[in-house]
Design a protein around this ligand. Structure first.
Ligand SMILES: *[C@@H]1O[C@H](CO)[C@@H](O)[C@H](O)[C@H]1NC(C)=O
Ligand SMILES: *[C@@H]1O[C@H](CO)[C@@H](O)[C@H](O)[C@H]1NC(C)=O
Ligand SMILES: *[C@@H]1O[C@H](CO)[C@@H](O)[C@H](O)[C@H]1NC(C)=O
Ligand SMILES: *[C@@H]1O[C@H](CO)[C@@H](O)[C@H](O)[C@H]1NC(C)=O
Ligand SMILES: *[C@@H]1O[C@H](CO)[C@@H](O)[C@H](O)[C@H]1NC(C)=O
Length: 767
């Protein structure tokens, strides 16, 4: 099976760097400490200090445990990072008594524990789809002069995707750089890859005995190379995964620049390192931040999530932030990275399938999903039906045949048996359709087929004295229907710590996306031999997110002055609701019923339309603070976000967001009570970003049991950039009987050029 992130091949590297040496000598004294992120009031710095950094160091030295204070270098070593642009504060390794002492220091606001994060790629390729990277979308620009910052596992700079052929020069405003480290220095950067840095002080503080195999921005995992090339990879000809998905690969914004911030390591990822990366990315001057990682669902609380806090600082500085919703679907409330200032991305399939073909002796062909990398055999082999493949010894006698096994209990045991008996090839018949997706990366020629096809094979074997079969692989089919569909793994809304803003926002291609890969990280195994490739097919919201980052770069090139909220609005209101059969996008995990906005947000991303949305819903940093105030955040909590004291004079849960969610969840109302109606109101302001005067009319799609009202029904704009406001009301029962009802509000201009659509959700679900 495909094992992600294994790096057994790294023996060539000399890893005893100086950093590691210092840390391992420290491990004794730090044995009982934890690492913490400390939020500070930056304005409380006493005048005596020349910088926040020196203030924090001095504060740290004053609270050291007596046993440790003796060592002069301890303060420095306890301190991990000083943060100035993402949050105000620092991270440090502290004992519990030191943490207590710190709490009494002047200017202290709060702390969060340094938490582990994970990247959002599914480890086996469970899910099928297609790469949109190979040029399916055309847009009038290619993201010229926009800088996309990617926080990930590093980058493989030699990949063809990061060639700078055709690239404009590095924007003069860029302050980033390419840091040197193991097998990496500034000469690996160019006009495409303009920055590359790496952060692991937090990882080392949490794991003092660790040795780091590639202590530099170089990617030995593949994930960061993959996400970077999806967002902004240059044209790479001859891309394929062992013959599957072959073609020219390109990122969504092939002329955008890339800056890599490596924070994900083989042995873990920590918020203190991610914060340091975001802090630096803000200073360096990225335009867009793409985050394909996150905390676990349980840890994802806005104020306790330093990434939410740090990205708020980024958005305040005009940086557009997009992040993956997570791979914990398909249940409600599993979405993470749902802070209302980010664009949260769900993952879907595309119209491509990878198959193998089993041809029976009578000419009947059975097509099954596969990513088996070999051509295997074009000659026929005997087929033998064994029913349950339980005996390895029996299977060993059948090595030169294609064995046919049928699942009665567990197909995975039978797969293991066939693997250890080293049979030439196998057909596994199973009642579970999802199994064929799970095992598409089998380590020997194998077909996973359903009961119907399975019966065809069994009948053929039983009716023939000399049954034979032939396998072929590497068949790529384009144009499969229906597509896109939202995949089961994609995390679903609402977002627990801010349910009043509908999340996720958008669906983007995430399943089996072909993109560049680190050639020293194995992509699959054949008969337990690792295979390597410059490209890989991966699935996850990790892959969906950089598609959105790339599209944001296209918008930024077309509209350099648009705020992050305006870019987000353009992406949301132009999304496609229909799949390639012109029916609503379906949910794989729900019997292919239409997906709701809690699965796919507004729908599938539509890059060309997003460049010219007609109207946008803008929002300023103060609007998010008003929302936090209305969520009853304490002034201390607000202070972590606001970077100054804030008295919450104005509060509103009703953010100027291009989507709507209302909860009809009054538990008191009982069925025999007369149905009491309630009205939920939303006020929104739209800005005309079309050329000159425009007139728009409201169009609402019906919602069963909910009355949708819009006032006024018409919005007249006399000129560009004029704003107009309206009110949307949803009238429904206090307690809705259905879990989720959805519809939409569209503003359609008189010439029919623009349709500015917002999803509406009425729901009775509670966490
Ligand atoms: C907080 O404000 C100060 C002063 O305006 C600024 O220098 C600093 O970068 C800000 N920090 C954050 C995290 O926004
Ligand atoms: C970077 O490393 C390469 C290969 O090790 C070397 O040839 C080159 O001179 C180095 N460049 C710099 C700027 O150090
Ligand atoms: C598989 O067969 C095709 C077509 O005959 C050929 O182009 C390709 O190189 C073969 N691949 C391998 C891995 O042998
Ligand atoms: C296949 O699964 C379905 C649903 O779980 C079940 O109703 C059916 O009996 C199964 N069929 C066989 C042949 O096991
Ligand atoms: C905030 O507190 C007020 C007053 O206690 C309460 O009515 C309101 O429901 C709370 N809001 C949220 C979002 O919890």
């Amino acid at each position: 099976m495909f094992r992600e992130g294994q790096s057994s091949t790294m023996g060539i590297l000399n890893v005893m760097s100086t950093i590691l040496f210092i840390v391992s000598s420290l491990s004794l004294s730090l044995a009982k400490s934890g690492t913490y992120i400390i939020h500070m009031d930056s304005s409380a710095m006493p005048k005596a200090f020349s910088s926040h950094h020196s203030w924090y160091l001095s504060m740290l030295s004053s609270i050291l445990d007596p046993s440790e204070a003796a060592a002069a270098s301890t303060t420095i070593s306890k301190h991990l990072y000083t943060y100035t642009d993402s949050i105000n504060g620092f991270s440090a390794s502290l004992t519990s008594s030191e943490l207590e002492a710190l709490k009494n220091s002047f200017g202290y606001i709060s702390f969060t524990r340094d938490l582990p994060l994970t990247v959002h790629t599914t480890h086996t390729s469970q899910f099928l789809g297609l790469s949109s990277v190979s040029g399916a979308w055309t847009a009038p620009n290619n993201g010229e002069d926009v800088i996309i910052g990617i926080v990930d596992t590093g980058i493989w700079p030699e990949s063809e995707s990061f060639s700078d052929e055709g690239m404009n020069k590095v924007p003069p405003r860029w302050k980033g750089k390419c840091e040197s480290g193991t097998e990496f220095n500034s000469s690996f950067c160019n006009k495409k890859l303009i920055g590359a840095r790496f952060y692991n002080k937090g990882l080392l503080a949490n794991n003092p005995k660790l040795t780091i195999p590639m202590n530099s921005p170089r990617d030995i995992n593949g994930h960061g190379t993959h996400t970077s090339s999806i967002a902004a990879g240059n044209y790479a000809e001859g891309a394929s995964y062992f013959g599957y998905a072959s073609g020219t690969a390109r990122g969504m914004a092939p002329r955008a620049h890339i800056a890599m911030y490596k924070v994900v390591w083989r042995d873990g990822t920590y918020t203190s390192d991610v914060l340091a990366a975001i802090d630096q990315a803000i200073k360096d001057g990225v335009d867009i931040l793409s985050l394909s990682l996150g905390l676990s669902v349980d840890d994802n609380i806005l104020e306790g999530d330093p990434i939410a806090v740090a990205t708020f600082a980024a958005v305040k500085k005009g940086i557009f932030v997009t992040a993956s919703a997570g791979n914990d679907g398909p249940l409600y409330w599993t979405s993470i990275n749902g802070a209302p200032w980010m664009l949260t991305v769900a993952a879907g399939s595309i119209d491509r399938e990878f198959d193998g073909i089993l041809t029976l002796g009578n000419g009947v062909q059975i097509i099954f999903k596969s990513l088996y990398p070999g051509n295997y055999s074009l000659i026929q082999m005997p087929l033998v039906y064994i029913d349950e493949c339980l005996s390895v010894d029996e299977l060993k006698q059948l090595r030169n045949k294609i064995i046919v096994c049928k699942d009665h209990l567990s197909i995975s045991n039978q797969l293991e048996n066939a693997e250890s008996a080293r049979v030439s090839a196998a057909v596994f018949i199973s009642n579970y359709s999802s199994l064929s997706e799970l095992y598409t990366r089998s380590s020997f020629p194998a077909a996973f087929i359903g009961l119907h096809d399975g019966q065809t094979v069994i009948d053929y074997i039983k009716q023939n004295t000399n049954p034979r079969g032939r396998f072929r692989f590497q068949k790529t089919t384009i144009g499969t229907k229906p597509a896109p569909r939202v995949d089961a793994y994609s995390s679903r809304g609402p977002f627990l710590s801010c349910p009043n803003v509908l999340k996720p926002d958008i669906l983007a291609p995430g399943s089996l996306v072909l993109a560049s890969w680190s050639p020293i990280s194995e992509v699959t195994f054949v008969r337990s031999h690792p295979l390597f490739s410059n490209f890989n097919l991966l699935s996850g919201t990790s892959m969906a997110t950089p598609h959105v980052a790339g599209v944001a770069a296209l918008i930024k090139t077309a509209h350099p002055d648009w705020s992050p909220a305006a870019i987000r609005s353009a992406i949301i209101t132009t999304a496609k609701l229909l799949d390639n059969t012109l029916s609503p996008i379906k949910d794989v995990s729900n019997y292919n019923f239409p997906a709701s906005p809690l699965d796919i947000g507004a729908g599938h991303i539509n890059p060309t339309k997003a460049l010219d949305p007609g109207l946008v819903y803008d929002a300023a940093p103060e609007d998010y603070i008003k929302l936090l105030c209305a969520m009853n955040y304490t002034s201390k909590q607000i202070r972590v976000f606001a970077n100054s004291s804030h008295n919450c004079l104005s509060r509103s849960l009703d953010l100027n967001y291009p989507s709507f969610i209302a909860f009809f969840t009054d538990e008191q109302s009982t069925s025999n009570q007369k149905v009491v109606k309630v009205v939920k109101e939303f006020r929104r302001t739209v800005t005309n970003v079309g050329k000159g005067g425009m007139a728009y009319t409201a169009m609402v799609t019906g919602m069963d049991g909910i009355k949708v009202m819009v006032e006024p029904q018409k919005l007249i704009f006399k000129q560009s950039y004029e704003k107009q406001s309206y009110k949307l009301s949803l009238e429904g029962p206090k307690s809705l009987k259905t879990e989720v009802i959805f519809g939409s509000l569209s503003w359609v201009d008189d010439d029919g050029k623009y349709m500015v659509r917002s999803p509406i959700v009425a729901t009775s679900i509670t966490p």
